[in-house]
Design a protein around this ligand. Sequence first.
Ligand SMILES: [Zn+2]
Length: 415
Amino acid sequence: MGMWERCAGVWVKKETGQWSEYACSPRSLDPGTELFRFFPAQIASLICGIPIGGPLVIDSWFWHPDPGGSFSVRSGYKELRSRKLSDISTSNQPSQVSQSWGKVWHSFLPNKIKHFLWRALKEILPVCEKLNQRGLDVASTCPICFSEDESVFHALLGCENLGNLWANSEIPFVGESSGEMQFAEWFDFALHHWSSDQFHLFAFICYLVWNRRNEVRLKLNTLPLSQLLPKAKDMWKEVSEAVSRPATSWICDLRSVKWKAPPIHFMKLNIDASLCGVVAGSGCLFRNESGRVLAAKAARIPVMASVAELEAMAVLQGLQMAKDLGILKVFVEGDNQWVMGKLCSPHGCLSPIGSIFDCIRSFCSHFSVVQFGWVPREANKVAHKLAQVGCTLELDHVWLEDSPAVIAAELACDA
Ligand SMILES: [Zn+2]
């Protein structure tokens, strides 16, 4: 059970710094459903997600944009820049900023094409519909097909003249479009389902389509549409050869990464957290040197302010279970690089996640050896699956000496 103390009017578990299940459960009867009695359920859930400092934690200011709470010029610059970008986005037009910009930025595309895609995602390409809305003496109809208003989506994907080009490209989803859709919205969805090859080819085709559209509008000589696809393929081939990296898909790159067994007498603990809308879950799994599953757990956890906090909470829960199982030497693996890196570092954090790190560090005294390590998501997919299961549970679920059926497919991939 651990020791309990009353803090700010509710019961908290002293040892782990978590809110008591009595305080946090809207269904429990006694000794208190304090939070849920005094606050609306949504606010009570948010309060339950705040990590509580242990007895040694002193209140302090922290820099919110940095996950560790420390200010640096770099993080200050990043924060200012992102605020500026979001100001531009909201003042110019209401479209969402693409979640996918990070992937575009880190791609192998030449800078001019990255810049072009950025303008498309921000809906700031000078398409006729936009120019017309701004009061310029330009008809809003498409200068190629003259049958619809020319939005960014129409110019790059929706125009009927581009039908064959996109069909021949064999890139998924390019034919599944709606005229009402913002380009960024569609792109965010499609990008998650494309291989690296498909994404790069898409970007080159869009770039050529846009240049061709400008040439047609200015009545310049232009390439026939049928030559755009071979040209885009050549451009991508040239770039992929130049970066001397084989044009493999992201999925295939990741498939080569696998779970590794711990050294003999060690237990490998894989942990993960998952956020599914308004609920969060954690998963942990113990395997020995031969890969045999000794225990697993899926649990619902309070929604916290950041993914990093959820991941740190999953580490803490995994260590609690390791202690309960009497494990002494444990290798803890998670796929959040920042969290696992911080756990290996002696420096504390000023932000609320620091409280969870403090609890984890003090918990380590229960073991003779604890090591933390980062692994890519693909080597941690069993824990990830358990965390997803945790999101759907009302009560924690523990499996002992038994491989849960829900992770059979993921376990088979690790073998
Ligand atoms: Zn058109």
